[in-house]
Design a protein around this ligand. Structure first.
Ligand code: FES
Length: 515
């Protein structure tokens, strides 16, 4: 089995029974904030796109690059489609010209022609990606690969049960806006960033440990940031609170915990994986030297990207749009339908919109209890976002239904909150369509009615076995220190005395101390 690195989470898998192109991403995503690192635009995409199968793991824009798919990927390719609750991924691929779809069943092995086997696990909670994220398992002639991507299943047992995995490709770096955008003193941001970075590595090592594959490939990040306004988010080694460590830093950290089977794929690297070995060829003479010269790579990449960034910025402004009126039209009907998400948010969320000079020109409140969108009334709010008015104008202009997969991931905003992180805020703003809000409401309803009855003993406490967040098995992911339980899947903390979740609103845990 041959794996060609094609940048970020993208790869091409070649076997004698066919080729699978996964998540090709080249054009900048999220308001021209994220670019693939290292630059993959020089690859022979016409040849790479001439594939038998296409796998797009989910709709995040660093995995689903519509312009690139339209231009470079053969429309004869059969799409391996994850089993998602909404048809958005299929609809968007059909719009691009794809007509052949294999609709997979989650966690079920599908046998393709020539002895190629695949299985896709679809994760479908409202907090998984843009309502859905997935992993792809492939087997040919006894060699098995898991492209876990950036999905975070509660465990990897369904894959492990299918036999020893030879190549495990997974995310290790950050892909979020926390804590950089928060209006906090720099020292606090650095401390939170460091915690987050450590947690990302811990989670990755745990998955690696679960599967014990022959080789581990760090993929799906980090992106790089080429706009001057965001340049500071690149990890150039001088900020321990940076959440975007690169592949080489992963290799170093992994080495510290005894890991010695990591293979880094640059765009154009080719790894040939067999039952008992892996051989790798890189497009550069020395990979360590490539990473040592990262800043020079990024600076020349930035020079090439400048016209693209400027052209994108010029397309965002639509001053003719009545932002308050359009937000009312779009959001109020959804607030009316929302029970779980609106209750979960529990208060007004304020958007301060700024002009080009950074001055606030309009303040709008999405009032979840009052079920309306209205001008800010000099009131106390728990959640506040400050961003360019032009970005919101653009979202309204294109009818964007997922403000996480656009505005928030762009990191082109700042945020402040009183109290804890609230996942319902982001879940709501990724569900700005009838189809999505209905699905999310139904999911929370179902989730709340089926509380897990099983308990385990952990650190001298009796606690429910499944994490109240996304049901990770706490016998494997839970760590108790004093009276605090940390679930290492996403790092959420719970006070065992009161059962209170210390990370987010709601999500109480059942816990007691056996007498
Ligand atoms: S499942 Fe997310 S923190 Fe436990």
């Amino acid at each position: 089995m041959r794996i060609t690195g094609t940048g970020h989470a993208s790869m091409r898998i070649d076997t004698p029974a066919g080729s699978i192109l996964c998540d090709p991403w080249v054009n900048p995503a999220y308001f021209a904030s994220w670019f693939p690192f290292p630059d993959n635009s020089q690859l022979d995409w016409a040849a790479l796109g001439d594939c038998d199968y296409l796998y797009v793991s989910h709709l995040h824009r660093d995995h689903f690059d519509a312009a690139h798919l339209r231009r470079f990927v053969s429309k004869k390719a059969t799409v391996l489609l994850p089993e998602y609750p909404t048809s958005e991924l299929e609809d968007q691929l059909r719009e691009l010209g794809f007509t052949s779809f294999l609709k997979t069943v989650s966690d079920e092995v599908h046998e393709l022609d020539g002895g190629l086997k695949i299985m896709i696990q679809a994760l479908t909670s409202p907090t998984d990606g843009p309502i859905g994220d997935s992993s792809l398992w492939v087997e040919y002639d006894g060699v098995r690969l898991l492209n876990q991507n950036d999905a975070r299943p509660a465990d990897l047992s369904v894959f492990a049960e299918l036999g020893h995995v030879h190549a495990h490709l997974l995310q290790f770096s950050g892909a979020i806006w926390y804590p950089m955008v928060y209006e906090l003193p720099q020292a606090a941001k650095t401390a939170f960033g460091k915690q987050k970075r450590d947690r990302q590595f811990d989670r990755t090592f745990r998955y690696i440990d679960d599967l014990r594959a022959s080789y581990v490939f760090p993929i799906a990040g980090p992106p790089c940031f080429l706009d001057d306004e965001l340049w500071q988010f690149n990890d150039l080694g001088d900020d321990e609170g940076n959440i975007f460590p690169d592949q080489w830093r992963f290799v170093e950290e992994y080495g510290r915990v005894g890991g010695s089977n990591a293979i880094v794929l640059l765009p154009g690297s080719v790894a040939t994986v067999s039952l008992d070995r892996a051989a790798v060829q890189h497009p550069v003479p020395d990979v360590a030297e490539f990473f040592a010269n990262k800043e020079a790579h990024l600076r020349s990449y930035q020079d090439r990207a400048r016209p693209v960034i400027e052209a994108e910025k010029a397309s965002w402004r639509h001053p003719e749009i009545d932002v308050l009126g359009e937000m009312k039209k779009k959001i109020e009907p959804l607030l009316d339908e929302s029970i779980y998400l609106a209750t979960g948010v529990g208060g007004p969320v304020r958007f301060d919109l700024t002009d080009e000079a950074g001055e606030v020109v309009e303040s709008i409140v999405v009032d979840f209890p009052g079920k309306q969108v209205r001008p800010y009334a000099d009131e106390k709010v728990r959640y506040r976002f400050r961003t360019g008015r032009s970005l919101v104008e653009h979202l309204l202009h294109i009818g964007e239904v997922d403000w996480v997969n656009s505005l928030f991931l762009s990191c082109r905003f700042s945020a402040a909150r009183i109290g804890q992180y609230n996942e319902f805020v982001y879940a709501f703003f990724k569900c700005l369509s009838e189809e999505r809000i209905q699905y999310a409401e139904g999911w929370y309803d179902e989730h709340q009615r089926h509380t897990d009855a099983e308990d385990i003993t952990l650190g001298g406490w009796q606690v429910q076995r499944r994490c109240p967040h996304l049901k990770a098995d706490l016998s494997r992911f839970g760590i108790v220190e004093g009276n605090t339980l940390t679930c290492q899947l996403h790092g959420w903390k719970f006070d065992l005395h009161s059962g209170r979740c210390l990370t987010s609103v709601g999500h109480e845990i059942r816990a007691s101390r056996p007498a």
